[in-house]
Write a protein that binds this ligand. Sequence first.
Ligand code: F6P
Length: 323
Amino acid sequence: MKRIGVFTSGGDAPGMNACVRAVVRAAVYHGLEVYGIMRGYSGMIKGEFVRMDSASVANTVQRGGTILKSARSQKFMTKEGRQQAFDQLSHAGIEGLVAIGGNGTFTGATIFEQEFGIPTVGAPGTIDNDLYGTDYTIGYDTAVNTALEAIDKIRDTADSHDRCFFVEVMGRDSGYIAIPCAIGGGAEIVMVPETAMSVEAVIETLQSSYSRHKTSFIVIVAEGEEEGNVHQVARRVKEALPQLDTRVTIVGHIQRGGSPTAADRLLASQLGIAAVEGLMNGMKNVMAGIVDRKLMYTPFDDTIHKRKVINQSFMRMVEILSV
Ligand code: F6P
């Protein structure tokens, strides 16, 4: 393999640039040519390729977002789109890919390899931390810290006004962002899709805290919560406990931006190098990740279909700590 491409795809995540940088520099270090593919699969279809060298990624390790831009491509989901992408890659002589993204990205890469034989090694780039095969994804640590900063500020105003705030954090179908936010942000309750916490249970807990003379409350609601969205949960609580002065805050896309934390920069750098070295060693359809502090390559099939389990003791911690 002489020439590889690197792209970022799906929702951007802090640390993606550090990962691109590591891929480019590892490629240069090992004597490979490297191209940046702009806007994920969408740019692959259009042949938006940029030759990169060590200098192209200077001054990027600390930057949020992704210098390669990102997109979710509908066209790549069609055979015709993938054929166009293959034609563009062949024309440019690109023989292998490093994909930085999540499950959607790896699903596309798997089909692409089966149809056209272009190998991809992935690096987990998503704030959601919902990928099997790595303890942490690139961007997760930064997103949690950003959300926590917001929650600390909400707590100040909640305390001043004796209010009950319902705070929605991101995470798609998982509660990985919500749980550390609840523990680190001193929330009374956390609602995540992985556990069946009913609104009735939330009401009961708040009522009991209220009767113990607590005056302000934070309830963290993961965006994928199955009992309803944050507005619906807040409305039902208010109906049952009209004495509470309730407010809703959605932290939102702020969680996707900003300079990556040290942990994210380190993880991104480690996995970017691992992805290039995996490709050089003939790997395909695998994601580089860190499990129990060890580098692992997990088949895309597992990252896509297996679910990472939330440590239930964290839920218990929220209960104990909010007593
Ligand atoms: O996967 C990252 C993520 O931020 C999720 O937490 C969220 O559900 C989704 O992307 C939002 O996507 P979009 O930016 O397309 O609204």
